[in-house]
Structure formats: C-alpha cells, structure tokens
Design a protein around this ligand. Structure first.
Ligand code: ZN
Length: 181
C-alpha cells in the first residue's frame, strides 16, 4: 500500500496544495482511499492543485502529458477558511466527481457527499457547506446546501478506526512529513 500512497503523493505535489495540506495537519493516508480508487486517479492523470484565485496564472511542476489531464482545483482563499476535516471532506467529495465524471445534478452531489461520509468526513462536509453559505461562496446555493446537510445528518457515519476494515495499513513512514505532530 505504501506504493499506492507514494503514487497518490505524486498527484498532489505539483503545486502548493501539498503545503496547504501540511499546514492543516492532513496526511494523504487520512483520505482512506482504496488501492483501486488511487489507481483510477492515477489512470485519469489527476492533478490536485490550489489556485490563487478565480482567475489566475500559476505553475505546475513535473506534469506528465499523456493526452489526458484531470485537474482538480481548490481556491486557496476558501481553503484558508476551512479546517483539516473540512478540507479533507471537500477533497474527497471532488475525488468522487473525478471517479464518476458522467454523474450530474443533485443526485451526484448526494453521492459525492456520501463518499466523503464513508471515509469519515460527513461532519466535515456539513461544516464546509455551512461555511460556504456563511461566506456566500460561489456555487453554494442555499436550497441545495440545506438538502445536502439534511441528508448527511440523517446518514452520518461516525468513523471508528478500531472497527475499520481496510486493505492497507496507515499511516506509512513516508507520510510523516505532512503531519505537524
Ligand atoms: Zn459536487
């Protein structure tokens, strides 16, 4: 599994999202992605980045061109207002969209939220949506956010690491650098 996490790291270290994760105390293993999920993100040539603003120019390092690039981006000023749980939740929500590109509409939003919920970040989605509404972020429609919050609260999974059945061990040595301790 360590190999898979190293591959995942390659998808995050092209820009400064990596440093943001470190500042928030997030290790990539915390996302609890399966080997298959990581492999699919690799196959999609996914690159995760933080963007300085809605309209901006920035550099990505070491991007391999293979005819397909799946760019998953997060606005830096939004990330600054979110805590580690909320950032992880939003990244997992967007990962679901990347893994299911043909799914659209509110049904897709529910499923993306549920994916984050299953990884232990349902509460993070709820709090992130509340912040989006509070700060009037673009794309945070009140009616839709309320429906998503209501649905998550009814299905909230309280993640217990002791009960966890997972297909790999966490954390791994290579990820210590991301943790603030
Ligand atoms: Zn979504």
């Amino acid at each position: 599994m360590e190999e898979q996490l190293e591959q995942l790291e390659q998808l995050f270290n092209k820009g400064d999202l990596f440093e943001i994760l470190a500042l928030k105390g997030i290790a990539l293993a915390d996302f609890r992605l399966t080997d298959n999920e990581i492999q699919t993100l690799v196959d999609l040539n996914s690159v995760f980045v933080a963007t300085p603003g809605p309209s901006s120019r920035f550099k990505l390092k070491n991007v391999q061109a293979n005819g397909l690039l799946t760019l998953i981006h997060f606005e830096r000023n939004m990330m600054d207002k979110l805590n580690g749980q909320e950032v992880s939740a939003i990244i997992l929500h967007e990962i679901w969209h990347a893994l299911n590109p043909d799914e659209q509409g509110i049904g897709a939003e529910f499923q993306a939220d549920q994916f984050a919920n299953q990884k232990g970040y349902g509460r993070g989605i709820i709090e992130g949506l509340r912040k989006g509404l509070k700060y009037n972020w673009i794309g945070f429609d009140k009616d839709e956010c309320d429906k998503r919050i209501e649905r998550l609260e009814a299905n909230l999974i309280n993640y217990n690491e002791d009960d966890e059945e997972r297909d790999y061990d966490l954390p791994t040595d290579g990820l210590e650098q991301f943790e603030l301790g």
